[in-house]
Design a protein around this ligand. Structure first.
Ligand code: S3P
Length: 175
């Protein structure tokens, strides 16, 4: 299951909670990329530019798609490449955690680790530009505004159970 959405939507925190709730492993794509590159994300942007980062992101998605079933917390820009959307759709269920730029800004305490969230006006424009891609890529969308991590994770879990996805994940993880 892939959690997508804008920076500050709570993807990593919700992924960790969901993985505990469902007994599945979880993986954070940004951390995976940082390990792969041997440097933090702002440095990757400095040394290789956004395009270099996007190449690593697609490689990370390919690696992760080949791993055991798990909860994947994606970087906010994963939907900027159609190839990434195709990979996610082919390998799992895509859940969009929807947030506004203003809510995201309130949640992000330190923007220094996010080179593409430096000012609110630019973040609002970037989110507006990406929103159609998030919606098109998602199998389901969950509102996150004003809600706790537990409430969001429960709603994702219930929605996935209704769709029969969790049983499928459980069954294949013990096979
Ligand atoms: C990005 C989001 C970040 C990280 C990188 C680029 C984006 O991930 O992948 O800074 O383009 O939205 P989070 O959404 O986890 O902050």
């Amino acid at each position: 299951m892939y959690l997508i959405g804008f920076m500050g939507a709570g993807k990593s925190t919700v992924a960790r909670r969901l993985s505990r709730m469902c007994g599945l492993a979880s993986i954070d794509m940004d951390s995976y990329i940082e390990r792969l590159a041997g440097m933090p994300i702002p440095q990757i942007f400095e040394e290789s530019g956004e395009e270099g980062f996007r190449r690593m992101e697609t490689q990370a998605l390919r690696d992760i798609a080949a791993m055991e079933p798990m909860v994947v917390s994606c970087g906010g820009g994963v939907v900027t490449r159609p190839e990434n959307i195709a990979l996610m759709s082919a390998h799992g269920t895509v859940v969009h955690l929807r947030v506004t730029a203003d809510q995201a800004a309130a949640r992000i305490s330190d923007t220094s680790s996010r080179p593409l969230f430096q000012d609110l006006a630019a973040a609002r424009a970037r989110l507006e530009e990406r929103l159609p891609a998030y919606e098109a890529a998602a199998d389901l969308t969950i509102e996150t505004g004003g809600r706790s991590v537990g409430a969001i994770a429960h709603e994702v879990r219930r929605a996935l159970e209704r769709r029969g996805v969790l049983e499928r994940l459980d069954a294949s993880s013990v096979a």
